[in-house]
Write a protein that binds this ligand. Sequence first.
Ligand code: GLN
Ligand code: ZN
Length: 756
Amino acid sequence: MITPANLGFPRIGKKRELKRALESFWKGDTSENALQKTAAQIRQTHWQTQKNAGIEIIPSNDFSLYDHMLDTSIMLGAIPNRFRQQGEDSPLALYFQMARGGEKTKAMEMTKWFDTNYHYLVPELSKATRFQANPAKTLGEFHEAKKLGITTRPVLIGPVSYLLLAKMQDESNRWTLLPSLVKTYGEIITNLAEAGASWIQMDEPCLVLDLDAQAQRAYQEAYDSLQPSKASLMLTSYFGALDDNLALACSLPAAGLHVDLTRGKDQMEEVCRSLPKGRALSLGVIDGRNIWKSDLEKTLSSLTQARDLRGEDSLLLAPSCSLLHVPVDLSQETALDAELASWMAFAEQKLQEIRLLADGLRGRKDEKAFAENKEALRKRRASPRIHHQEARARLQAVTPDMMRRKSPFKERQALQAKSLNLPLLPTTTIGSYPQTKEIRQARAAWKRGEMEREDYERFLENETKEAMRWQERIGLDVPVHGEFERNDMVEYFGEKLDGFAFTKQGWVQSYGSRCVKPPVIYGDVRRLEPMTVRWSRFAQAQTEKPVKGMLTGPVTILQWSFARDDQPESETCRQIALAMRDEVLDLEAAGIRIIQIDEAALREGLPLRRSAWRDYLDWAVEAFRLSACGVRDETQIHTHMCYSEFNDIIPSVAAMDADVISIESSRSKMELLEAFVDFRYPNEIGPGVYDIHSPRVPSCGEMAGLLGLALRVLRPDQLWVNPDCGLKTRGWAEVKPAIEAMVMAARTVRGGLAGS
Ligand code: GLN
Ligand code: ZN
């Protein structure tokens, strides 16, 4: 039997209905009832959409008001103690407190969901955790769909992935919780089975990670004891190949196995052979991580091979992972260039592809649709829009010399010290200043055509001028222009580079009600004209101090976009690097003596498997160096990374050879500096002393204290003074006192150094 299936549908809604409903509920403008009603409507629409697309196995419980890991913690009764005290709150109020924090309670920690841009709420467990089944949500949604005549397959995050993704709050061993956790899952599965669910999708994405022996044993134990269960379990892996966990996954006693055949193309044959006869095999053939049309003909032929290998056993066709990570519906993109649109598929279009493939395999091939798909792909390959002679030629002409600064750091440092003439412990910021309501309104008006370009630019000049004046007054050593002209650090550059396209409704959930709209890189990337020089030059004209030019790095631009799938990412990244290199050189020629190239996403691009790290880090570092290394020794290159875990990647960070790196560190009280010290990081470092993620204004004394801690491990000539990250999300009312206090703190500590 061949069945078209889905693993999960985007929740936010075609027009981001869920976002609006959530935000108006949070503001107190609408009732809980109204929110629940909108949520139910969204679910109903999505189930219906999937049914109409011909999907026969439709998920439920893939919906969430905030996050599916948070839902799982609630389902298991794993509520951290600090939320338990508030007895009188409604379940929904408690739920949002866990997600967003309450007046006195800190929200649960949020972190990236594997290598996606989605964030989940990290379960907080300890040896005192007592699980308790609370299947209300998943049962409720199952019944809700059933009333509409749709029998769904509920989705649960599996017990082993849940435990692996949790954070133990004490030193205890997470695996001691496994037996009671599995028992709780058993109860929930029984509840669902009794409600009529014959299959349950058990998401175990951790099966594609490097697992130690304990974790592998946990898989065995967990699924052994869930067996026999009243419902059939579809063990679901995604985001990569099973590799060394393949034998384990195939041997677990689940009734079915789902595998990712986009990132894990090569595992198909082995899985087909290893999965015992009689089990259902779900083939994730449609890429749930990008927005390109699939090659239907090619996929059908590999599916035919799978069918021949599996014989009579049941086969399911599905996306590689939940469609949560792609936008909802391409047909809304009426403003998108028709040629580009003809190459793409969003969630709804991907479901159609699954149906077409299933029909093809069932002997009902839609010849017309297959021919159209073939023609679209052929046109894409041949399109002059993708290929640019000049860009290709430049790629060919890259030499190792272009990725090396002219002199080693020590020599550059001396030259830069002489030409920049900065004090010890120089002060600077990470780039952006508050994006006020006025700025956003002006940009919107200009984009709508209601404001003349000149007026908009004049407005931005005034903002910049004011920021420059203030920085001058408070004595910031290395001022920045403020990035008022930028909506977003990737979109801004994407809009100016050739090879990028933008959608109107291509939203993807990032966390809670927050969505991002990643640019699409469809062709060879080229810089058409200078992108930032005008603003840096304008700012530099206001001051004698060296203004820091501000760029986004090639790895970050790539990571935060939907990249083309017809060439390796490393090649696309190199093209972006060449474009940024031109910009760096133009900034230098315009008299900008310090240039920062942000690589906020370098670490999050790390492949899930350690064995793939080397290769990634090599090309990522090369791309950064290609963008940075064209400058003279006297020009100082900065980079910024907003995270605090460097242990794994510090040699690569050093290999980037930026003269100065600024990092996030105020929250960890400078602990992360240890990684830099142990490694003897040679270049200059600005460990953030102001946590910009909080509205709190730190005092001068507090920041001086942090600088003191930093000076215990860093040389004074190595240390910079700056916030953790850009200030665009903060208001001036916090930024001004905080940065002024930061400058004072630097002066105080500097004074102490001179005295000693
Ligand atoms: N220069 C950027 C800014 O200040 C950096 C932001 C980031 O790293 N996330 O906004
Ligand atoms: Zn940052």
